[in-house]
Design a protein around this ligand. Sequence first.
Ligand SMILES: [Zn+2]
Length: 116
Amino acid sequence: MTVTAMQAQTKSGLIRWDGRKVQCPSGVVVKTKTFASVQFVAKEIRAGYETFVPHLTELGLTVEDVEELAGSSDPATKQLMTRDRERVRCSRCGRVLWDGESIAAGMGPECRGRAR
Ligand SMILES: [Zn+2]
């Protein structure tokens, strides 16, 4: 069995995701593929561009939340905060990997020949 804990507790609330969608603390759902872009929004806000604030507010997130997520050592959270084309993928089938064991191995459980 593969245990995937694809969720993170931020100060603003819980974020949960799967390979397709991210449910944000506000309840808004966005694509997992592009979620990492919130870091660029957070950087712009840090640089003083407050016009970007509503982009995070809509998701129920703060700059601090985004920075905390980006600094996480949890493998699945690291994947979430990495641009899709730079995410660790299965070396055999190319799927983005989400559990720590698979990420460490660079291959998903099925491709390693294990039962789910
Ligand atoms: Zn695979």
